[in-house]
Design a protein around this ligand. Structure first.
Ligand SMILES: Nc1nc2c(ncn2[C@@H]2O[C@H](COP(=O)(O)OP(=O)(O)OP(=O)(O)O)[C@@H](O)[C@H]2O)c(=O)[nH]1
Ligand SMILES: [Mg+2]
Length: 1020
């Protein structure tokens, strides 16, 4: 392809064929290191001889050299260790530590000579430490999901971290001079990151194969690159910064001046089909070392041209997509105008539900660098019910068409003001916009043209006013002209793609168009069905992996959606609007909840008891697929939470909770701090309700429109309320029951603040002002107002004394490294959310296989408080999974009264779970007076254990403490048990238990997918 060809310099075939987890060059380029199951191995370059083997007992997930090359650092579990390269010995202290698994590490040398280590964890935190200097550590609460990649610029001035969430805020860049990170959104998520050698550009590889290149100084996307197949696992600039190299299934190299492909390698050495291929760029030469098939290591000389060359047969294609939105109140004529613009027809529409999207060919263009510019037109429903859904789609507009009804004689522009506020970005700027008077054939506004133009100037509507009629075509050409000029002003987000991808795109869009316009064909297809359809075209692409990567690229641009069913099959939703529409319908249904709880029964939803128009005409399987996908979408975006209620699960939409708090309150409370939160605050309140509700320490006991309360112990509550909210601002007040211990308050406040830090918002904390004379707590709003006015005191409302005000504290993105308790709770909350998402898959599978929810009895040693608490949590988590649990404290609370009935119910339970502890074994043996129950249980278990294999399989021994021999009765000792002894693996084990109780194989794709969700800790 290029005039010089890449060349293989060295292939190391390792005896050990396991796949290395990571690879890194030493700073002097004479050796490279790999990490993996047996430890770290260091190889000489160019001979390929192994120079050093650093054996470890545990898996080493990541490897990096210290910038001077005296140490090699490796990530093992939650720690980062260092080995001296001279002695080969491990240092006796850890270099880094986090609450969750270490997921990525990077090192750099700052201009002042300090050598720094950056490492991230599955807990969403990023830590920055000086390797050899002070032991001070900066902890950045970067995300609420696990971090997938980190990078430091060569001079250590900037660093970045990312997570694989596909939609928003999946990249953050920090500067050495500021505590606040700049959050960005990479379509498709972050899997790998690198800085250019000058530190001004950052490249981000996604799990779906695309690469985004951004200017770090302003966050602007310079280019998106498509073509790699499967995730981009490593990414690097060449040392001179003139090329960018991506490792995925093959190797792609682009020129950074033209962004054309310089080289693409797919031969046997470049293949890395199995697992995640790792790669590292030589520190001073254009040499790449990478892992290949069967654990081998391959070194390539990339042999890149010195100047950009016109590559013959270059297949790079440039295109850009621009987003135009029609916004305005319901009934002003948005959809009708949309179909006039797109089809040049006057079509009657029903009031829009959710949103829809068209490709606007009339405005497509080709600009000077052969970039095809494509315009998509989004039509949003104007009815207020849909606003929750809209806020997810209004970002990144290149032009807004703000419609109002010209024939409305009274106050025609009132609606427009609302939409202008909605469109304003966090920095207060407006996207380019046109004010459009619609339905002009029915009347003209009672405002003069001059008044309307003035309105535009005052409200930042950049491209002025035009009067239109979709019916008569009046003003349509003028509107197109204004829109085109607004679009010309916005920078195109250019994507470079390959010929293959383009062919897939054209073919898929043709099929999509047929479904949309003519209603011919199905809106949901399996990937295989779609491949078959596409392959009847001449532009056939037979490689399923390339096809799927191309589909993912289409998904990133919003053309299609990809979902997978409980059996792990991938489906393509050709009309993603259907999913948004369904999401809107579900929200509308939840809003109708008779008790104002903003909730739905999950079972009603999945069993089809609501009729949703989006599901009309779909088969039962397709309906379920869509519902599961939408539920996962809601859970993933934290727009809803699952709560169990007996054997039922409820989907609760906190944003819809509109029940007011009853006036009377049984427990007196005291408020202790106020938070003024600005920025992207739309989901802050519901997300806090959800996240705090999922911690172990705080059980949500109640929630109302603006309040959420958590029970800590009997009569002890903590809570927070939303005291005011407006666009871009929310004020939250936290409180606890009077007289609760300080420790409880500190934990609650710590968690509350930590959840806030992880969002892209600005937070100021105002302490409570209490009078020094009469100790009267001052009205909170007065205190905030006075501080905002710059005053330093207030006058006590009770006794008139002067009270000095302390300045508000700004919550920055990082804290000192002293928050391990808070971290632990954070982690639990996050994994619990993942567990809930995993259950959606398991329950769908059980339902698809016609498995009824089993009833289950839990047998455990009574009388030990800690065990009882643990068992109760287990029972709650089983109920969440749809299992109906018989638990003594729930079902036999008046113990003694109906033991015989209870025991007969146990006898009919489908399953018995036995909680093995030394105490259990002892109770079983002694059969003392509290022993009636234990003895009866023992007998029932004994009967099952002496039956056939089917009968034995109904008993599930679970080991909570001790050795199997000391914790289970003899009959159970040889049985396979589920080991719950390590609390950090609770949710993974829970999954094992749930699948075995249901009798589902652990190898089912849905179970594997669920396990993946839990292990990666991401909700979707
Ligand atoms: N006479 C006339 N009627 C129009 C014109 N444009 C829209 N209408 C009518 O106005 C009504 C509302 O139009 P829609 O396009 O559905 O309005 P919308 O803004 O999309 O409304 P929502 O989807 O509810 O937000 C329909 O009855 C249309 O037929 C026009 O240019 N002239
Ligand atoms: Mg409409």
């Amino acid at each position: 392809m290029a005039e010089k060809e890449p060349q293989v310099l060295l292939v190391v075939q390792r005896e050990d064929r396991t796949h290395p987890s990571a690879i890194a060059w030493a700073p002097d380029g004479t050796t490279f290191a790999i990490s993996g199951h047996t430890g770290i191995e260091i190889y000489d370059f160019p001979t390929g001889d192994m120079r050093l083997r650093l054996a470890t007992e545990n898996f080493v997930g990541r490897v990096a050299f210290d910038p001077l090359g005296t140490l090699v650092c490796g990530a093992v579990g939650a720690s980062v260790y260092g080995w001296s390269l001279e002695s080969g010995r491990r240092l006796d202290f850890t270099l880094g530590q986090s609450a969750g698994q270490v997921t990525a590490i990077a090192t750099a040398e700052r201009p002042d000579g300090a050598r720094i280590l950056l490492h991230s964890g599955s807990d969403g935190n990023v830590f920055l430490r000086d390797l050899f200097g002070s032991r001070d550590v900066l902890r950045f609460a970067a995300f609420s999901e696990p971090v997938s990649a980190v990078a430091i610029a060569a001079d250590g001035e900037r660093w970045a971290a990312g997570n694989p969430r596909p939609d928003s805020q999946n990249l953050v860049v920090y500067r050495a001079t500021s505590d606040h990170g700049a959050y960005m959104s990479i379509p498709g998520g972050t899997q790998s990151i690198c800085f250019s050698p000058d530190g001004r550009t950052i490249a981000v590889g996604t799990p779906s194969g695309s690469v985004s290149v951004l200017d770090v100084t302003n966050g602007r996307t310079l280019i998106s690159l498509e073509g790699p197949v499967d995730g981009v696992t490593s990414l690097a600039f060449t040392p001179d910064g003139r090329h960018l190299v991506a490792r995925s299934r093959g190797i792609h190299v682009w020129s950074c001046s033209t962004w054309r492909l310089a080289t693409a390698l797919f031969d046997q050495h470049a293949r890395g089909l199995w697992r995640q291929p790792a790669a590292s760029m030589h520190p001073s030469r254009e040499i790449l070392v990478t892992t290949g098939l069967d654990g081998r290591l391959v070194v390539f000389d990339l042999n890149l041209p010195n100047r950009p060359v016109a590559v013959t047969g270059d297949l790079s294609i440039r295109y850009a997509t621009k987003k135009v939105a029609l916004v305005g109140d319901s009934g002003v004529g948005k959809s009708t105008l949309g179909s006039r613009l797109v089809y040049d027809e006057f079509i009657l529409h029903e009031s829009t539900h959710g949103q829809r999207f068209w490709i606007l060919d009339a405005l497509a263009a080709e600009d000077q660098d052969d970039t095809t510019v494509e315009v998509v037109l989004w039509d949003f429903a104007g009815q207020p019910e849909y606003r929750l859904v809209h806020s997810l789609f209004l970002d990144g507009l290149d032009c807004a068409l703000l419609l109002f009804d010209a024939s409305n004689q009274e106050d025609p522009l009132r609606g427009v003001e609302f939409w202008v506020r909605k469109l304003r970005r966090t920095d207060d700027s407006m996207p380019p916009a046109v004010l459009v008077g619609a339905r002009a054939d029915r009347g003209t506004p009672n405002l003069t043209y001059g008044e309307l133009q003035r309105f535009c100037t005052e409200h930042g509507i950049s491209h002025g006013y035009v009067s239109t009629s979709a019916k008569t075509r009046e003003g349509i050409e003028e509107l197109k002209r204004l829109t085109a000029s607004a679009l010309a002003a916005s920078e195109p987000r250019v994507t470079v793609t390959s010929q293959h991808f383009l062919e897939v795109k054209i073919a898929v869009l043709r099929i999509k168009e047929a479904v949309e316009r003519e209603g011919s064909g199905k809106p949901i297809l399996t990937v295989d069905e779609l491949i078959t359809l596409v392959n009847t075209d001449e532009a056939a692409t037979r490689d399923a992996a390339v096809f799927v990567s191309a589909l993912r690229a289409l998904r990133n641009h919003g053309y299609v959606e990809l979902v997978s069913d409980s059996r792990g099959r991938d489906f393509v939703v050709l009309l993603p609007d259907l999913l948004v529409g369904l999401a809107s319908s579900i929200v509308l249904e939840a809003r109708r909840n008779p008790r104002g709880l903003g909730a739905l029964r999950e079972a009603d939803l999945l069993e089809g008891r609501y009729s949703f128009p989006e599901l009309d005409g779909l088969s039962a399987d397709e309906r379920r697929l869509m519902l599961d996908a939408v539920i996962l979408l809601f859970l993933g975006r934290k727009a809803c939470l699952r709560e169990s209620l007996g054997a039922d699960a409820l989907l609760v939409f906190p944003a819809l909770i509109n029940q007011s708090r009853p006036e009377s309150r049984s427990v007196p409370v005291e408020e202790f701090a106020t938070y003024r939160v600005t920025g992207d605050v739309a989901n802050v309140f519901p997300a806090l309700v959800v996240l705090l509700g999922y911690t172990n320490a705080f059980r949500r006991s109640n929630q109302w429109r603006d309040h959420a309360e958590y029970e800590v112990g009997p009569g002890e509550i903590c809570g927070f309320r939303r005291s005011s909210h407006a666009d871009g601002l929310v004020e939250l007040v936290i409180y606890q029951s009077a007289g609760s211990p300080d420790s409880v308050r500190m934990l609650f406040q710590g968690l509350f603040e930590d959840f806030l830090r992880r969002r892209n918002v600005h937070v100021l904390r105002y302490p409570l002002a209490r009078c020094g004379q009469c100790s009267f707590a001052q009205e909170r709003s007065t205190v905030v107002r006075r501080v905002l006015e710059g005053r330093t005191f207030v006058i006590c409302e009770e006794c008139g004394s002067r009270i000095q005000l302390t300045t508000p504290v700004e919550l920055s993105g990082h804290t000192a490294d002293d928050a391990s308790m808070v971290d632990q709770e954070q982690l639990t909350a996050r994994i619990r959310i993942s567990y809930q998402a995993a259950l959606v898959k398991i329950k769908a599978l059980a339902r698809d296989n016609g498995l009824a929810a089993p009833t289950c009895f839990i047998s455990y040693a009574w009388g030990l408080a800690d065990d009882a608490r643990w068992v109760e949590q287990l029972a709650v988590d089983l109920s969440d999974a749809g299992v109906s649990v018989l638990l003594d404290v729930w079902d036999n609370s008046a113990a003694g009264a109906s033991i015989s009935r209870f025991i007969s119910e146990i006898a009919t339970a489908d399953r018995i779970i036995v909680i093995g502890t030394p105490g259990y074994r002892e109770k079983h043996e002694t059969r003392d007076e509290a022993g009636t129950m234990v003895a009866a249980e023992g007998d029932l278990i004994g009967v099952r254990m002496t039956g056939g294999e089917t009968s034995k399989k109904t008993v599930h021994p679970v080991l909570l403490r001790g050795l199997p021999s000391e914790s289970f009765p003899p009959l159970l000792q040889g049985r396979v048990h589920i080991d719950f002894r390590d609390p950090s693996r609770y949710f993974g084990k829970m999954l094992d238990l749930v699948t075995s109780v249901y009798g589902i194989s652990r190898r089912e794709p849905a179970v594997l997918a669920a396990r993946n969700i839990i292990e990666s800790g991401t909700p979707v």
